[in-house]
Ligand binder design. Structure first.
Ligand code: G1P
Length: 289
């Protein structure tokens, strides 16, 4: 079975739910406690064995590309001041040379269209998708859990989680058949269903392992929910010819596309930080009286 080596990270979104913070910087660069949101997502993918990252960017997203490059002036200043600790930390964020590609989505036509923009760089092999709005705290990483399922069953694997029924209309939702441990066989999926028509409360988390045939389907996919070309619609069509499994991953997701989800992610990572966790806890306790 072909190994999953590449991942697509669609980062072209405008971040309208967290304006004005995202007026002049990409939402993916907002710090979640001590590092930009995008770093968590790249680390999750690395922990799952991903070797090449394809960012689908848009206008005003240059800061992401710069973040993953060397910062010579900064590094030489830090080194002349013997700040070795920070220097080491900077070094750890640097990707292998040549392991990142950047392609542009020129118009906001939807997630499905963004993924299609990566087709030439992915080529003819299975690949992962990680939506950077979602940070998942999990051990092993969410994508690693999915890839261990993929290694057993092949085909296509998506991550799902239970959400309150009142929130199903914010997600892609699967139509499950039977569950075997964390693995769910399914017979369909639908993007942003109403609460009344949702086939379950198992929502797609924003992590996918897909076969390259998805690109052919995306190329001819018409607009769906919200007038956008939806990845979920193309996957639903691909289910007619290919195997799909869902994984109810073990972990917790944070929706960093919304103000409260972003706050929750920041607090959770502060509390879990080895150096600052105790101080963060004391601070929050004091603030809440
Ligand atoms: C996207 C996907 C949706 C998925 C969600 C997870 O929606 O289209 O299927 O459930 O991400 O966050 P978006 O949040 O971009 O509207």
């Amino acid at each position: 079975m072909a190994r999953v080596r590449k991942a697509v990270l669609p980062v072209a979104g405008l971040g309208t739910r967290v304006l004005p913070a995202t007026k002049s910087i990409p939402k993916e660069m907002l710090p979640v406690f001590d590092r930009p949101a995008i770093q968590y997502v790249v680390d999750e993918a690395k922990a799952a064995g991903i070797e090449h990252f394809v960012f689908v960017t848009g206008r005003n997203k240059g800061a992401i590309e710069d973040y993953f490059d060397r910062a010579y002036e900064l590094e030489s200043t830090l080194s002349s001041k013997n700040k070795t600790g920070v220097l080491e930390e900077l070094e750890s964020t640097l990707p292998e040379p040549g392991s990142m590609s950047f392609v542009r989505q020129q118009a906001p036509k939807g997630l499905g269209h963004a993924i299609w923009c990566a087709r030439d760089v992915i080529g003819d092999e299975p690949f992962a998708i990680l939506l950077p709005d979602v940070i998942v705290k999990a051990e092993p990483s969410c994508l690693a859990q999915m890839i261990s399922v993929y290694d057993k069953v092949g085909g296509n694997v998506i991550a799902v989680e239970e959400v309150p029924e009142a929130r199903v209309s914010s997600y892609g939702v699967i139509d499950p058949m039977e569950r075997d441990g964390a693995m769910v066989r399914m017979k369909g999926m639908v993007e942003k269903p109403s609460r009344e028509t949702a086939p379950s409360n198992l929502a797609i988390t924003g992590r996918y392992v897909l076969q390259p045939e998805i690109f052919g389907l995306l190329a001819e996919q018409g607009a769906g929910a919200g007038g956008e070309i939806q990845l979920t619609d193309a996957m639903a069509r691909m289910m007619e010819t290919q195997d799909f499994h869902a994984v109810v991953y073990d972990g917790k997701s944070y929706d960093c596309g919304s103000k409260i989800g972003y706050l929750e992610a920041t607090v959770a990572h502060a509390l879990a930080d080895a150096e600052n966790g105790a101080a963060a806890r004391a601070l929050l306790k004091a603030m809440l009286g």
